[in-house]
Write a protein of this length. Sequence first.
Length: 332
Amino acid sequence: MTDQGLAMRLHGVGDLRCAAEPRPVPGDGMSLVRVTAVGICGSDLHWFSHGGIGDAQLRQPVVPGHEFAGVVEGGPLHGRRVAVDPAIPCTRCEHCRAGHGNLCPQVRFAGHGELDGALREWIAWPTELLHPLPDGLSDADGAMLEPLGVAIHAVGLGHLRLGGSVAVVGCGPIGLLLVQLARVAGATRVLAVDRLEHRVAAARRYGADQAMLDTGADVLDGADVDVAFEVAGNDDAVRTSVRAARPGGRVVLVGIPDEDQTTFPAGPARRKGLTLALSRRMHEVYPRAIDLVRSGRIDVGSLVTHRFTLLDSAEAFQTAAGRAGLKVLITS
Ligand SMILES: [Zn+2]
Ligand SMILES: [Zn+2]
């Protein structure tokens, strides 16, 4: 084994460069992981296409990638295949101690700011954030647990009741996982909309009772759902979600807008007395995500439509940005 590994670093908009870098040395409480699968996420595309996300901007070249799995080299989990929780909360602040590590003001996140992510051969990560994968889950499944975790957290914020109704506005991978989760959580009416035909078809395959092409703000008018999940990250989808919710219903905003601004139609939101919930990543959902996949209740594997090698990362990002398939994965 050499003590170097390849890493893909984002230097600016659309500027992803590959270089051999020293293999990271795990510090106290950390383990070395050989990365085997990394998913490209909509948030990575914000960095790739715009050089930033919300009010955070690229200040130094960073290794992207926060949806990942790998094999542990050395330490207490040596040889185990693991999914990696990409968020490192401080564990000491009042939010962390109250069990809301996802809201920690000091949280560090893979591929964000100064913390390099997983688009490289080796990464060192806190051992307690490594979740061993059972035999039934592939490494690709392991990488998909992060978007599944985001979807599980959003369902929690939706306070979905048995026999309830749901709208999913935006059917990328997280939206499609929400369609599946809504059914598992006991929803009896699941509506889904997207602007792309192949995603509408996918929503139908994953169990939406009605999946429609998003033809404008009124596409879900009168749907009167208990919970609308906005998973597109644009104001049109927010408007559609607000108009889809029933009086007293909830709208959960999961999407990340391009500009650091979200607007919603105040009239219908006020008249219906809606509760708007803003979803922030997730907390402590990996064990549940693993059980949902292992038990066959949630299918993450078929969401992966494209695979590339690490060296073809730039092409992988272009493919993901083109939104031709569902999830683009980089595997070794
Ligand atoms: Zn993501
Ligand atoms: Zn904290």
